[in-house]
Structures are given as structure tokens and as C-alpha cells.
Design a protein around this ligand. Structure first.
Ligand code: AMP
Length: 286
């Protein structure tokens, strides 16, 4: 596995792969501290192209002031080992002087899709995400890129950006990988205390409850959201940021749960903000 930290080296490597061997390339963008979710993305990437690039960069522009940029878990040595085991061909580990050199002032904004859900409480988050992903696409020029459905809004924003900016890359979404008790894996789970870890499973239990209620005929988005809100409140140390039930493509709110309706949630457990989502399959014909 090659470890590359500058954009020019990265470009040269992919150019060599393409020119000399006509290799196709798949990119997996990450912020590191790999868990099974990241590793599953890598396994999928390996099947999608001849060469796999994994980027590892804790992107400061997607953290709002006061968020956890400084504490964000980092473990480069372990990540290198894990990536090597997954057959990653190149780990791209730029630093901020490389990604945001002096004078940087160009941003990518996916306006409407970035406004609701996580965009409401995380100001400029998705502008940071779209910008760094666009930069990575330009540097690596992958044929395919793999993203987790765990960050559902992010995935939709990237799909939109690729469409709107005519970026020639196939976007693959990968299902959420969970712990045994259902908690969606996340680098941020390491922040949870033992007691908070017990409450963290509330998102998964709420998802299951939602599926059960919809299967039993519940078709009102607001009633379901209210029910889930009350349910989550019963778990100690939780504070709901949002519960969204609406259109999985436009991310607009809906009134009725029809076939394919997105349930997405963000819940604070202590000082850790957790997200999760699912697609509800309503039975309503409206
Ligand atoms: P991150 O390092 O948290 O920025 O995540 C890098 C990529 O891994 C993103 O595309 C995430 O959506 C994806 N990812 C993170 N957690 C999971 C998970 N539990 N299951 C599947 N994909 C995930």
C-alpha cells in the first residue's frame, strides 16, 4: 500500500495507473479511525475497480465552531494496518496546508438539500463536505466512489453535486453497519461513557418501533414523529436534535407515510451527537 500525502503525488500515481495499465479507480473518502463500517466500504470498493484509494483526512471545514474537531478520534498507525489488510492500494493522507492552502476561497454548496436535517444545527457542515469531496474527486479522478448510507443526507448531497457539476463518477451507497445491539457504528461512539452507550441504542430501537407502527397501519408522519420523540425521551441522557420523516430524494417533509419514506434522526446522548436513518415502506396509496 502506498501512503501519499500530497495532491501532486496522488495525481501522479493515478495518472500512472491509468496510462500504464488502464486501471479503473475507486475512491473511499473517510476521516479515519476505521471501524467495520469503513472496512465494509473498502471491501465494496475493491470489487468495483482495479485500484482502490482511501482518503483519510479530518476535514476542518465540515466542523462548525465549538464542535469536536480537536477531539475527533485519530489513530493513523492502526488505520494504516487495517487499510493494508483490506487490500487498499493507496492511502491518501493530506494535511490542511495541502487541502486549504493560503488564499483558498472557493466553495461548493448544494443549497436546498443542505438546509434541513443535520444542516439546521450544523452550520456550513455540508458546504465543507461538498467542497472536500469535490476536491478529492478532482485530485483522484475516480470512476467510482463509495459512501455510507449512515450519512444519508451527505450521500444525497453528493449525488446531487455530481449530477449538477457533471462530475464523471459513479456514486455507490453502502448500507449501515451496526454493532450487535443495533447501534450504528461511528468513530464518535468512542466518546460515549458506559451509561451513555446503553442509551445510544435508542435510535435503533426507535427505528424498529417505527417499522412496527407503519406495518400496523400508522401513516401520519407527525404522529409517528411525536411517538418516537416521547419514546426516545425515556432513555437517560438523551436530547433530540431532530426527527425527520419525509421524502428520501428531496428531503422535504411529508404528511403521509407512503411507499419509501425516509426516517432520519439525530439525538444527543450526553455530549455525543448520534445519527441514524431507515427507509419506511408505507402502505398508503396517497
Ligand atoms: P467518516 O470517516 O465518519 O467520515 O465516514 C467515512 C465514510 O464511511 C462515509 O461515507 C460514511 O457514511 C461511512 N460510514 C461511517 N459509518 C458507517 C457505518 N456504520 N456503516 C456504513 N458506512 C459508514
Amino acid at each position: 500500500m502506498e501512503i501519499v500525502s500530497t495532491c501532486s503525488e496522488m495525481r501522479k500515481l493515478v495518472l500512472d495507473w491509468r496510462r500504464n495499465s488502464n486501471f479503473s479507480i475507486c475512491l473511499v473518502p473517510t476521516m479515519g479511525c476505521f471501524h467495520e463500517g469503513h472496512l465494509s466500504l473498502m471491501r465494496t470498493a475493491r470489487e468495483k475497480a482495479d485500484r482502490m484509494v482511501v482518503s483519510l483526512y479530518v476535514n476542518p471545514t465540515q466542523f462548525s465552531p465549538g464542535e469536536d474537531l480537536e477531539q475527533y478520534p485519530r489513530n493513523m498507525r492502526k488505520d494504516i494496518h487495517l487499510a493494508e489488510n483490506e487490500g487498499v492500494h493507496c492511502l491518501f493522507t493530506p494535511d490542511s496546508s495541502e487541502m486549504y492552502p493560503d488564499g483558498f476561497q472557493t466553495w461548493v454548496e448544494v443549497t436546498k438539500l443542505s438546509k434541513g436535517l443535520c444542516g439546521k444545527s450544523r452550520q456550513d457542515h455540508f458546504r465543507g463536505v461538498a467542497t472536500i469531496v469535490a476536491k478529492l474527486f478532482n485530485i483522484v479522478q475516480p470512476d467510482v466512489a463509495v459512501f455510507g448510507q449512515k450519512d444519508y443526507q451527505q450521500l444525497q448531497i453528493i449525488r446531487r453535486m455530481v449530477e449538477d457539476l457533471n462530475i464523471s463518477v459513479e456514486i455507490v451507497g453502502y448500507p449501515i453497519i451496526r454493532e450487535k445491539d443495533g447501534l450504528a457504528m461511528s468513530s464518535r461512539n468512542t466518546y460515549l461513557s458506559q451509561e451513555e452507550r446503553k442509551s445510544a441504542v435508542c435510535l435503533w430501537h426507535a427505528i424498529n418501533r417505527a417499522h412496527e407502527m407503519v406495518a400496523a397501519g400508522m401513516d401520519s408522519c407527525s404522529e409517528l414523529a411525536n411517538h418516537l420523540r416521547e419514546y426516545i425521551k425515556t432513555y437517560p441522557a438523551t436530547r433530540i436534535d431532530y426527527i425527520f420523516i419525509g421524502d428520501p430524494d428531496t428531503l422535504e417533509k411529508k404528511e403521509t407515510i407512503e411507499a419509501r419514506t425516509l426516517l432520519a434522526m439525530a439525538v444527543w446522548v450526553g455530549k455525543t451527537r448520534l445519527i441514524d436513518n431507515t427507509i419506511l415502506m408505507g402502505t398508503s396509496q396517497n
